[in-house]
Design a protein around this ligand. Sequence first.
Ligand code: GLN
Length: 536
Amino acid sequence: MAKIIFVTGGVVSSLGKGIASASIGALMESHGYKVSLMKLDPYINVDPGTMNPFQHGEVYVTADGAETDLDLGHYERFTNAKITRANNTTSGQIYFSVIQKEREGKYLGKTIQVVPHITDEIKSRIMAVTKKVDILICEIGGTVGDIESLPFLEAIRQIRLEQEQQDTVFIHLTLVPFIKAAGELKTKPTQHSVANLREIGIQPQILLCRTEKPLSTDMKEKIALFCNVKKNAVIEAIDTPFIYEIPIIYHKQNLDRIVLEYLNLPYHPHPALEKWYGIINTLRTAQDSVKIGVVGKYIKLQDSYKSIYEALVHGGIANRCRVEFVKVDSEQIEKEGAEKFLKDVDGVILPGGFGIRGVEGMITAIKYCRENKIPFFGICLGLQCAVIEFARNVCNICKAHSTEFAPDTPDPVICLLDEQKNITNLGGTMRLGCYPCEIEPKSIAFRAYRKRRIFERHRHRWEVNTKYAEVLRKHGLKFSGYSPDKKLVEIIEIESHPFFIATQFHPEFQSKPFACHPLFSSFILASLRNKSKSTI
Ligand code: GLN
């Protein structure tokens, strides 16, 4: 059986359990182990696909088309694990399948209960992901003490009991807050949160303590004593501006050694951590910087465009520069115009989105970039708005629009395919997951990818209306990427512009710190060139 590392969280949410789990995965990989990562989400939604980005943050799309929690993005960025729909399970999915089995009579008339039926379903999903790997890192969403996560905690308690002791290890991520009035770090919330876990039968072996200030030896000893863990297993998880430093911060405190000891697995003396040191070195020493305008409607919540920001950072690493984000709410552009917000940026990215709010501001931003030759990178809704802008302002099709925003427009340059017109369910009904795309030679896209066929992830309903392809092309819009059957437009660009490209797919989901997505590295390079041009 594969070993399982369970990661729980205490005290407050948003401590970065996803990044902690991903970092542990990276460390285990650096010892040569094959890993997988999994997230159990306590909410009742079947998936986050229908949730508001303001509440839930980004919806991360896997290659097999699952709409999942954004932590799965961290898993893919930090490790080589193959992440699929099986790697994210919600209470909604668990209850859905238990109820379905009950309706089919599969429980032979028994009374269906949280224990054992719900917990059995949870356990079987966890066990399914342990196949074919050496170590599974399983993150439990929510905070210990929440009512909702109880069945998950009960299920992992049972797994520990059923397996050999050295097959599982429990890591608890907690907070050691600094109380300004007392001028001290406080361990009490951590003590209480571990007490909560122990009450339901879980004794964590390792504590990751989030803190803004270093933990003294005394403090670690106190936490160890009161939480019943070994002293060396109290790990300081200090704040850092670079998430890619976290595997190294943990390694320096021997977290990998401690975990492997608990799991009774060999510690390989030369962990391949150099690549992480390399990244941190680049981020810390980069002299140059670029300012990237991120124009969107979910700008206020950092998490809504998580993968976009990360991919831009990767673009910076690839070009040895820092990337500064200038976050612009497209509704503000609607009110005050683009110049005020975009005149000082070196490049503009326009990520995906749904619904009409802020769309006219996006179109105005695109016009500004096109006319002022500012590098522009549109993604999904970004492509659709770029087509609308070009149709209206270059081809003179004044009423051009998307039927998503103007169902009765006389010029639907963006529309639904016939087979999508009768869809009424909102969940899971989009073009989702990986699709092939064929790239035209002699294009920005080809220069970036250096490949004729690529595979990219999608999450959208609307498509470019190919009835308008001819007129758009005649005026200078290039269709540089198509689906292999030529029915769907995947990439557009403007040849007479230094860098103007937009994709119907989401390249940000495939970018990694060590392997920046080619479009993001080209975009940052173009923005750097634009910057140096304007400073000459
Ligand atoms: N709302 C658009 C569509 O559904 C774009 C979606 C997106 O940007 N992900 O087609």
